[in-house]
Design a protein around this ligand. Sequence first.
Ligand code: PLP
Length: 415
Amino acid sequence: DEARERYLARNPLSLARWLEAVTVMPGGNTRTVLHYAPFPLAMARAEGCRLWDADGHEYVDFLGDYTAGLYGHAHPVIRAAIDRALEGGISLGASNMDEARFARAVCERFGLQRVRFTNSGTEANLLAISLGRIFTRRSKVMAFNGAYHGAVFGFAGGGSPMNLPIETVLAPYNESERTRALITEDLALVIVEPMIGSGGCIPARPDFLAMLRQETARVGALLVFDEVMTSRLAPGGLQSAVGVKPDLTTLGKYVGGGMSFGAFGGRGEIMDRFDPRRRDALPHAGTFNNNVLTMAAGLAGLTEVYTPEAALALNASGDALRDRLNAACRAADAPLQFTGLGSMLAVHATPDPVTTPEAAAAANPKLKELFFFDMLAQGIWLARRGMMTLSLPIDDAACDALVAAVEEFLSARQS
Ligand code: PLP
């Protein structure tokens, strides 16, 4: 309550903005994940890895827009690419000069034979799932409890009333034997995050993913990896690090250079159902699929900035940071831990291992709430649910600031 009082007193302009927003948007919100009680901060400006809110407070940006902000704010290379694209006109109503270059960069990077672009990760999953059902001539889709594949594919707590009416088999993440028993010959596909992202940065066990590969192949179902968040975790996506090759992969977030983006791709034999030269071609128009700004920003980002070497370095920093944070929690004997891989982290208020969404759900919500508001008061921006990601401008000083803030939180709790 004290933390809440302090928050209210500190953020009058964020509150005023929110009170206005409530009159024209449900709950003042157009992106559910950004809402939290009593009202969310509004950010006014950002540069590099720093953000300034409506009331002028400065934050180190450890949210990195839920992985979409990998390049940081106003990255000069991305800006130059967008400026160049703007000069040439942005709604050409035609194929443009960057889309095939960008497609080639994405295919080479993530080991895809063919790719198509969309406007969001949600759409990429919609298309991949529809394609998989048509390709296999089967209707049933397996997804995992605790997974998130977009607004119409949310499986936390057993599913969402928003989910599309697709016959879904919900399987337990990271539980190989129970899942294996559910993989039957009437499945069109299995869609899985190789690390559950927004559900709490819970990595899949490599043998779990290998089992999915083996069993889907056995029953003739497709394996779809949702790498919308995880493609940043290794040069060729998380799949390249675990050595399991799906039939289709979906992408999003930072791959569009910070612009609206999604993509799905994989085996040519499957993807070529979209070849418009075919008599039975599947339709996938989409006004902004090849939008000039995304194509330019994404291409520059992937080829000039987030190179394979940069990916290795960023994720090594993330691993080192997670180790420091967990060491601080252990030293304070606190029921707090940081899960994840590489540049993606999530805080969980439990001392027990978090290897399943059920284990994450068993944590202490009150302590996590306190942690969140304490971090804001100390100038650290993160997700209300505890997710953090590293962006390229996050440097040693930023990491030190986070570790110091966490140590301060832990020692205040002890005293
Ligand atoms: N898939 C995963 C794993 C995600 O984390 C998200 C978004 O958080 C999506 C899909 C949906 O992407 P978008 O928000 O671009 O529609």
